[in-house]
Design a protein around this ligand. Sequence first.
Ligand SMILES: C[S@@+](CC[C@H](N)C(=O)[O-])C[C@H]1O[C@@H](n2cnc3c(N)ncnc32)[C@H](O)[C@@H]1O
Length: 280
Amino acid sequence: MDQSLPTTRDGRRAAGHPAVIDTAGVTRSFDALVAEALAAPIEGWNFDWLDGRATEERPPWRYSRRATRAIAEADRVLDVQTGGGELLAEMLADAPTDPAMVAATESWAPNAARACRTLAPFGVRVSVVEDASALPFDDATFDLVLSRHPVVTRWDEVSRVLRPGGRYVAQHVGAGSNRELTDFLMGEQPVASLRSPERAEVDARRAGLDVRDLRRATLVVEFFDIGSVVYFLRLVPWTVPGFVVDRYRDRLSDLHRSIETEGAFRCHAQRFFIEAVRPG
Ligand SMILES: C[S@@+](CC[C@H](N)C(=O)[O-])C[C@H]1O[C@@H](n2cnc3c(N)ncnc32)[C@H](O)[C@@H]1O
């Protein structure tokens, strides 16, 4: 979604989507939509399967454009938690100049394998690293560290691997993202401040970085059929931790009926943009 669910918001598209209406013009059943969503592949970090079935607004700051500009000004670049490497590959292709060295980290094995393939044409070295682990690079290696939607951020490590004057440019998921969906399935859950922009700012400063820019956005997300919800919960497993259809079948069935009546399930994603500099 920019992690990213498709952006188009032209109304109830899924109502006429071939996945939702069968060839006889009949709306497909809950079971058929769920089964299809469970069979769809989820490796990579690619939301194309949801095209026409779910949408998400984009933040106004346009992360990939900013990050591409930053790449063009950098010599040595690191992308932390690159996923399948799709976004980094796109940005490297768009950047007018090639950095001397680009590295990426990824923790989840299916994505790491994909990132190696996607990023090989750009000469990117992909390291398999747990999200909460130290970064496998020497001090002051990079003049730009990027990250979009990291699961956790080791601010101490970001600061350590940046050269003096180097920048961290990132878009993070904020606290309580899509909490309406979480709460619908699990009952009301507390929102942890761990992912808040305020907390990120404090942690970045503690690690010795100067926070130069911090912007927040709340984005409308709409799901137009229950298959899109199930697919999303598989792809973004921290929305409902430990999600499996059987455990939530009754609530999913309620949600399916609600979408059929209302046309969509609406919730809100939280995002923030942060740019921080290691003082020279
Ligand atoms: C949210 S993804 C973002 C990837 C990339 N930076 C992007 O924006 O396209 C960040 C991390 O989530 C983790 N991740 C993604 N799918 C996962 C899954 N199904 N299970 C566990 N971790 C997953 C991976 O470690 C990945 O690097």
